[in-house]
Design a protein around this ligand. Sequence first.
Ligand code: ADP
Ligand code: MG
Length: 396
Amino acid sequence: MAKLSVRDVEVAGKRVLVREDFNVPLDEHGKVVDITRLEAALPTIKYLYEEGARIILVSHLGRPKGKVVQRLRMDPVARELSRLLGRPVEKLDSCVGPDVEQAVRELNPGDIILLENVRFDPREEKNDSEFALSLARLADLFVNDAFGAAHREHASTAGVARYLPAVAGDLLVQELKMLDLAVNDPERPFAAIIGGAKVSDKIGVITNLLQRVDYLLVGGGLANTFLLAQGHEIGSSLHERDLVAIARQMMKEAETTARAELLLPVDVVVAEEVKAGANAQVVAVEDIPPGWMVVDIGPRTQEAFADVIARCRTVVWNGPMGVFEIPSFAVGTRAIAESMAATDAVTIVGGGESAAAVHQAGLADRMRHVSTGGGASLEYLEGKLLPGIACLREKE
Ligand code: ADP
Ligand code: MG
């Protein structure tokens, strides 16, 4: 069920409201420090101004929780976007109301305005219909290009689609194409690598992927709960005691009914503390010393995971293998990124921290697809219907 795209409809002269994911990291001086999401938004914006649309961009930035927060204004985003596009982007100080309506009336074909942080208004996250209608009244067409916010049912991600024809932007189309390929039509063998901090965040994705993939590789902090389920001591490692039973059940499922073979770490890096320069050593999972903490997968595990990756035709990765923010505990995560970069299989990275790790390793260009959505890609891999996608029109 393909969604109608911005390329399928008439946009010339139209007022087009584009929901973007401009939720970019800022430094303490308010400067944009990572422009990945802005770059990802450029194709749709360029297409629209080349076609002579009147362009109204809207996004959230950070978590202002329904009130104006000075350091979360969209001005730095407008400046950076204008630099990337090589044309002016006029930033407005609100999202709806007479000033915005006036600015929209003055738009010429090809002009671009950026509305203020949409989460400054408490009605955004409540998906308030009045607010959605006020946004919708600004435009003739709604384009959703904010994959990173597509799992939110907010006024600017889904609500406006009740009042305007709604289509997908280029980035959204690309994200859906790649993730859909993995979830619904993968070339096999197909492996998924799941890491990150908590089992509780990943139950849905593991449950869904167990039935779909040929290999499920589990690392990161969440593997500790599985190690507990195997009966190992895990020292002072991060774990979720109340999910041991669920982990055990998933292991049983992998052995019996599930399609996937489940691979857990066989060795790990343990440290006395989770901080740079802490004492650390590699041990087998049977030998984790009391009081120590698992912070990364070990070399034998890296090798076993690399073997699987090299054998597969589709590889999806969500969640780092260790505390990769600390360079000495980033080795396992980097090894996965390198194995994925080395294969010509379809490689897809989804997840906020996983994507950051791949960018940090300088290997993003070597992946087939690095999703711009953290939570959204995770929910997609869980098999959920995302509200920001469900609200868009279907292709005939
Ligand atoms: P993603 O955003 O890619 O989905 P998560 O948000 O689930 O990933 O998890 C990322 C976090 O998991 C990182 O901040 C990392 O430090 C943490 N993590 C990974 N392995 C461990 C571990 N062994 N112990 C504690 N934290 C871990
Ligand atoms: Mg995360």
